[in-house]
Design a protein around this ligand. Sequence first.
Ligand code: AKB
Length: 317
Amino acid sequence: MKNILVIGSTGQIGSELTLELRKHYGNDHVVAGFITGCEPKGILKESGPSELADVTNPEQLEAIVKKYNIDTIYNLAALLSVVAESKPRLAWKIGIDGLWNVLELARQNNCAVFTPSSIGSFGEGTPAYKTPQDTIQRPRTMYGVSKVTTEMLSDYYHTKYGLDTRAVRFPGIISNVTPPGGGTTDYAVDIYYSAVKGEKFICPIAEGTLMDMMYMPDALRAAISLMEADPTKLIHRNAFNIASMSFAPETIYAEIKKHKPEFEMEIQVDPLKQSIADSWPDCLDDTCARQEWGWKPEYDLSSMTVDMLEKLSARLK
Ligand code: AKB
């Protein structure tokens, strides 16, 4: 049985990943790490242990690892792409100084570590269509720079110290539970909220802009199954391309309109978000993830849309 610490358990991915991990490994075996001002609430708080776990505070993290005999860390602490552009120093402090703390602690206590990367780790010069697993990564955003560094530092700890580090490159994640904050792909979540509330959606991304996206249940399965995968089969480590769907604003709009014919969308391009989106791939090639650990998504745009509209309508009623 694993003993797991989730750092960033109240964020967009963390809030659902922590509950999913508790289903797999037992409530008492998964500690929800949070920072002041982002305390766990409701089922997240009630279903298992939680602890203050600031990634920039190594002593605090060490006390949790010792107290709960932690052997696996899901390190989800990061600023998303748009926020990281306005707070680059903080993005580095959380993403890289924080990662250093996690990796050192993991080395001393023999923990496995999952620290996600992103489609944001690619940039100009990367082949945009069917982006290969191993290719040019020269992003010009602080988010991208910190994600490439995350991948390299995590691989360094694996090759140098034999630490069990693994990760995926997440696309934009779409969920009906915790909304994202400060990402370039957030529009693909916000659009569902507008559709369910009966409001016109103002889209910050231009027509024709393709980006990889994924429904949360697939993202959670990816993280957990990669950490469960047979290590002898892994040729890559940090980080695997994963993909399930790629679309532009007009395509998701048309899909929602099939269910909500009166729904309206107007495009008002946000220059920062657009420039970030333009630097990211159109769609990733996830062959290595499929071959090395059996990755296979379950949702496409149409099945995700049905589920999103149903769940959000029930929740926002
Ligand atoms: C963002 O838009 O910043 C994130 C990501 C794709 O990493 N959702």
